[in-house]
Design a protein around this ligand. Structure first.
Ligand SMILES: Cc1cc2nc3c(=O)[nH]c(=O)nc-3n(C[C@H](O)[C@H](O)[C@H](O)COP(=O)(O)O)c2cc1C
Length: 324
């Protein structure tokens, strides 16, 4: 079955196809996003969350996280809870070429929430409003938000997200991604898609992007059918299967072992091209191995991985899998 819609818009930015690669901290860096774009089927990529506090201090790592040359459209995501700093950082993102700037209202990690950022903003709607308004005022590009279902079950049951939808509308955001788990749930249990459906029913002026537990192509179709969301954001599903976006758009799309080998090699080479060798090796070991799942000889390759310290040797080993 073809995907129900071809595109959606965030302000004047057309997201086509209407599929978004979710931000994944320490995973969806520039080499990963470039690889996923080359595989195809993705209409929008998002940076990993960039700490606004680090960015105002000009921390090198935070600055490097902004890089996204050639990715269009490309959103940069900020995590913070200080309105003025967020405004300053939104401007930096715009200057650095972001097509839109997103505010993280979902991160459950305690090192983020203890400073009032990420999902902690869901517990303080007035502070969240000040943050969003400051960002909207600071930039011409669209400001979007990515949120969870609430801090805990009681906040979810009270349907506090409705107050947030109204606040976002008044503040002028132009897109909202919803991952309907609470902060307390972290990544446990299921994403409750009925909350996405209820948010869509409210009828916001901005598009709602559904997120959570899309692991197979059919899940994306089902999410749109069940919730009416305008866009679908995929995170973990794309780690094990970078072809997932293509399969959502074309359920007949077949992935061969050769294609998996090609994508693994391309990813390793992008890591080596765009990162320092030590960091590239770390990412090859941490992330690259996931793509070898399903390749004959892939399991043995993964067993040997930790003994290797030369990324070029790993490239040769992946090449050799073509003949196994
Ligand atoms: C390792 C990891 C890192 C993540 N980093 C971010 C992040 O930087 N910003 C963000 O908004 N969400 C982040 N998330 C949440 C995902 O974007 C997404 O909302 C969540 O994984 C649910 O979608 P999925 O079921 O398709 O993976 C992260 C999730 C994981 C598992």
């Amino acid at each position: 079955m073809a995907f129900p819609s071809e595109s959606f818009q965030i302000g004047s930015i057309v997201v086509q196809p209407p599929l978004v690669m979710a931000p994944l901290h320490e995973i969806t860096d520039q080499p990963f996003r470039r690889m996923i774009r080359e595989v195809g089927g993705v209409g929008l990529t998002v940076s990993e969350m960039i700490s606004s506090e680090a960015l105002v201090r000009h921390a090198l790592k935070a600055k490097r996280m902004m890089a996204g040359e050639g990715e269009r459209p490309y959103a940069m995501q900020l995590a913070g809870s200080h309105p003025e700093h967020l405004a300053e950082c939104a401007r930096k993102c715009e200057e650095a070429g972001a097509d839109m700037v997103d505010l993280n209202m979902g991160c459950p990690a305690s090192n983020v929430t203890k400073g009032g950022a990420g999902s902690a903003l869901l517990r303080d709607i007035r502070l969240a409003e000040a943050c969003v308004k400051a960002m909207v005022k600071a930039v011409k590009v669209p400001v979007t938000v990515k949120m969870r279902a609430g801090w805990d079950a009681s906040q979810k049951d009270r349907e506090d997200y409705r107050d947030f939808l109204k606040m976002f509308e008044d503040a002028g955001i132009q897109g909202l991604a919803i991952h309907p788990r609470t902060r307390v749930q972290q990544y446990e249990g299921h994403a409750d898609w009925s909350l996405i459906a209820r948010a869509v029913e409210v009828g916001t002026s901005f598009p709602i992007i559904g997120n959570g537990d899309v692991l197979e192509a059919e899940d994306a179709h089902r999410m749109v059918r069940e919730t009416g969301c305008q866009g679908v954001m995929i995170g973990r599903g794309a780690l094990y299967n970078p072809f997932l976006f293509r399969q959502v758009l074309d359920p007949g799309f077949q992935v061969t072992a050769e294609m998996r080998i090609d994508v693994t090699l391309r990813f390793f080479r992008l890591l080596l091209e765009l990162l320092e060798e030590r960091e590239a090796l770390h990412k090859i070991k941490k992330i690259g191995a996931w793509f070898t799942k399903g390749i004959p000889g892939g399991a043995k390759f993964r067993q040997r991985l930790n003994e290797r310290n030369d990324p070029f040797e790993l490239i040769r080993e992946i090449e050799a899998l073509r003949h196994s």
